[in-house]
Each structure stands twice: as C-alpha cells, then as structure tokens.
Design a protein around this ligand. Structure first.
Ligand code: SME
Length: 161
C-alpha cells in the first residue's frame, strides 16, 4: 500500500479527491482488526487527501458521544445527546452542513479556528454508532458533494466497525 502523503492532491477537484478516497480505502480497510484501527486510518486518509483542519470520530457510548480517533488539534472528549452539531446530528439522525459555525446555535467550539463544519451520522445495525465530524478553517467549505460522498464513505466504513 502506497503512502497517501506521496500523492499530490493539490490540483485535484473535490470529486477527484473523493475518487481517491474510495480507491485508497479499498486497500486500507481491514476486517481483521477493530473499529479503533479502521477509524484511525479513515481519519488519517481524509486528513491527508483533503487537508481539512480537524477530522475525527465520536462514538455513542453510555448515552454520550465519546471522542474517538481523530487528526487535528485536541478536542472535547464528551458531547451530550442533542448538544452541538455532533449531538444534534445524533438526535436528528441526519447529516448537518454548517457554512458558518458561529451562526449555529449551541455549536461547541473545540477549536476557535474552525469556521465551517460537516457532521455525518454513522449507522450500524440500524442504530447510530457515532458520527464523523469534519471542521474547516474556511467558511462554507462543505456542500452536497461532500455530504453525499461522506455518507457513502461512512456506509462503507460501517462494515469495519
Ligand atoms: N463542533 C462540534 C464539537 C466537536 S469539535 O468540532 C471537534 C460540535 O458542535 O458538536
């Protein structure tokens, strides 16, 4: 498996980057190891291909979202049901795209440098397993192309959790 940081993604379009993500994930996904290994590699791959500010996972555990593997600055370890963008995603069971986090009521600012965010619910056995949370320092970084592709990605990832 080639190391992804040897690939120059600078000139690639968003769609081409997602194509790369799915191609590389086929080589990385490992059904012989647990969710920690697979979400760790997923976070690394997303960070390397897209260069976002923060990419990580929160897992539902004891009625809270608990911080899992991530890439980026240190982050809040626990999020309550319905709180912040992550807790709201868990509650409504749908992806949330936030063009400007400062306008999202109840947004939890783990990093003051984040300006836009997307959170995708992760399903496993017909229940919410957790969420994929991605932050950008740029405003309006995420759109429906990201939502669609990241929902497809988490559906595939779900088989390795
Ligand atoms: N902003 C998130 C909290 C997690 S950090 O962004 C890593 C939220 O409002 O739920």
């Amino acid at each position: 498996m080639e190391n992804t940081n040897q690939i120059d993604t600078f000139n690639l379009s968003k769609v081409e980057k997602y194509d790369l993500l799915f191609t590389y994930w086929q080589g990385l996904a490992d059904s012989e190891v647990d969710w920690i290994s697979n979400t760790s590699n997923a976070a690394a791959l997303l960070k390397e291909i897209f260069g976002w500010w923060w990419v990580g996972f929160y897992r539902v555990y004891n009625n809270q979202l608990i911080l899992g593997p991530f890439q980026g600055p240190s982050a809040c370890t626990k999020i309550e049901y319905g709180k912040g963008v992550c807790g709201k995603t868990w509650e409504i069971k749908q992806s949330i795209v936030v063009p400007n986090v400062h306008e999202f009521e109840g947004h939890i600012a783990c990093s003051s440098l984040s300006n836009s965010e997307i959170v995708i619910p992760i399903w496993k056995n017909d229940a919410i397993w957790g969420v994929l949370d991605i932050d950008s320092v740029e405003y309006s970084k995420f759109n429906e192309i990201d939502q669609l592709n990241l929902e497809n990605f988490t559906n595939i990832l779900s088989k390795y959790l």
